[in-house]
Design a protein around this ligand. Structure first.
Ligand code: ADP
Length: 476
């Protein structure tokens, strides 16, 4: 038990060592293993086929020697079953250590080429030869063949035995050569495997070296893409695209922080200035009151800004709306209208529902009611804020995939140049600078709508007005 556990531990050690090996070493080992297996299988097959051929050849030789000797014996002597040849020296022996024994139908030995040699399995071989015409056997280094031979009415069994010295020597040499060839080719396989895997992995090593150079301060660097078509090229391309996205988002984050601190500093500086001026001398109650009101305004705008920043952070890290949350867009519109008109009596928010709407489900979307409220109130606020008549027309309708809300105003409009950038955080249109604002409303709206899998489309003409179309997918 202890032994098996420790062996298991050893196996695991080896496995973890193999898995932690460099790819190059692993590839070389695999190359070596594959090449080694092929070489060993091929060499073994060649060796066994050659051994088989040698054996067949030698038995053919033995057979023909046995039969020709038998013919010679029978021709040279008057046939007499009782006569036994005492020696085989009269006939030249051709095969190495050749022994020939001829038996008659009674199994009496008619001829024996070497009396000193004794065949141990004589009876078995003779029996098999009579039964199957031929019998094969081995005795020490001798290869033994028993064959039945018929002439006229007489049936003999001839046994031939010899040592295939040349054949066995050749086989031994072949085995040595094959072992040497196998060992040499294993060494060559390792060298070739190491070399080729190195070449194959070279582009990856280059990529790794380059990636190591890339840090937060050098995100502008790119990895070599090679031909850009093969797997490594595609990997490098994908990596470069990821770097591009990272670089942009880092740059955006840097801008965002700079802009956010700037926006926060403005009201704080104003508060600081007002308090300092206030404290220079004693003031009347009405002066204190008006100064505090102004400070309160700055604090409110600070709170508003930090709330929006928090919302941007929340919506950018949150996953899109969960399907179990359902929100009626028309209800959100009514609520926002009521709240905004109460807080800003000068605002005129006109809401109309399209005739195409037949069912309340057509105005229901999957989404967070609070966030949708934030998005819609930002759009309404902008429309009223940037229109001299402080009015916005809102049409709520249905399109084939969900709810459509159109916000239209007759305000200052947005130039084509600005339209491209107004979704960037803190970006403000050139014609809007004189009107208070922080520039993060639309980026927040964009983030919320994206989170709800919706789209937002803006068309505008400077001095004429702005039209914003919001599309939100129907409930799923
Ligand atoms: P803010 O309104 O605080 O400046 P927003 O992100 O809401 O920030 O808007 C970005 C810019 O888009 C605004 O500064 C303004 O130039 C432009 N804008 C947005 N909505 C309108 C609109 N309805 N009419 C004219 N300009 C608009």
């Amino acid at each position: 038990m202890i032994k098996s556990l420790s062996t298991q531990g050893l196996d695991l050690d080896i496995l973890s060592e193999i898995s932690s090996m460099q790819i190059r070493t692993r590839l070389t080992l695999q190359f070596l293993l594959l090449g080694g297996i092929i070489m060993i299988v091929a060499s073994t097959a060649i060796y066994f086929f050659t051994a088989d051929f040698r054996r067949d050849d030698f038995y053919n030789l033995l057979r023909s020697r046995a039969i020709s000797t038998t013919k010679l014996v029978l021709d040279s002597y008057e046939f007499n079953t009782n006569r036994i040849l005492r020696t085989g020296t009269e006939y030249p022996v051709r095969l190495p250590d050749e022994k020939i024994i001829i038996l008659n139908y009674n199994n009496d030995t008619l001829y024996i080429s070497d009396r000193s040699w004794e065949l141990k399995e004589m009876n078995t071989i003779v029996g098999q030869a009579r039964l199957n015409k031929e019998a094969f056997s081995k005795q020490d280094t001798y290869e033994v063949l028993g064959t039945s031979y018929t002439t006229g009415l007489y049936r003999f069994v001839v046994i031939g035995a010899a040592i295939d010295k040349d054949g066995l020597l050749h086989l031994k040499k072949l085995r040595t050569i094959m072992i040497i060839v196998c060992l040499v080719s294993l060494i060559l396989f390792s060298i070739a495997g190491w070399f080729y895997s190195g070449r194959a992995l070279n582009p990856i090593s280059n990529v790794v070296k380059k990636v190591e150079e890339i840090s937060i301060t050098s995100l502008n660097l790119r990895v070599p893409e090679g031909n850009g078509i093969d797997e490594i090229g595609r990997l490098a391309k994908t990596f470069n695209r990821m770097l591009e996205r990272l670089e942009t988002s880092f740059a955006m984050q840097k801008d965002f922080i700079a802009n956010a601190s700037h926006e926060l500093r403005t009201p704080l500086t104003s508060i600081n200035g007002q308090i300092e001026v206030l404290m220079m001398k004693d003031r009347s109650t009405s002066e204190y009151k008006s100064a505090l009101e102004s400070v309160l305004d700055d604090i409110k705008s600070l709170i508003d800004l930090s709330n929006r920043l928090l919302l941007i952070a929340r919506t950018s890290s949150e996953s899109p709306a969960k399907p179990d949350q359902k929100t009626r867009i028309d209800e959100v519109l009514w609520q926002v209208q009521e709240e905004m008109e109460r807080l800003n009596p000068s605002y005129h928010i006109n809401i109309s529902l399209d005739n195409s709407l037949t069912d309340s489900d057509q105005m229901t979307v999957n989404g967070d009611e609070y966030l949708l409220k934030v998005a819609i109130s930002n759009l309404i606020e902008n429309a009223c804020k940037y229109s001299p008549d402080r009015a916005v027309d809102i049409r709520c309708g249905y399109f084939e995939k969900g709810t459509k809300v159109v916000f239209e105003d007759k305000g200052i409009g947005i130039s084509e140049e600005d339209i491209k950038k107004i979704f960037e955080p803190f970006y403000r249109g050139a014609n809007a600078i004189s009107i208070p604002g922080s520039g993060i409303g639309l980026s927040l709206v964009n983030q919320i709508i994206k989170n709800h899998n919706g789209t937002i489309n803006i068309s505008s003409k400077v001095g004429k007005g702005t039209k914003i179309i919001l599309l939100l997918p129907a409930i799923s």
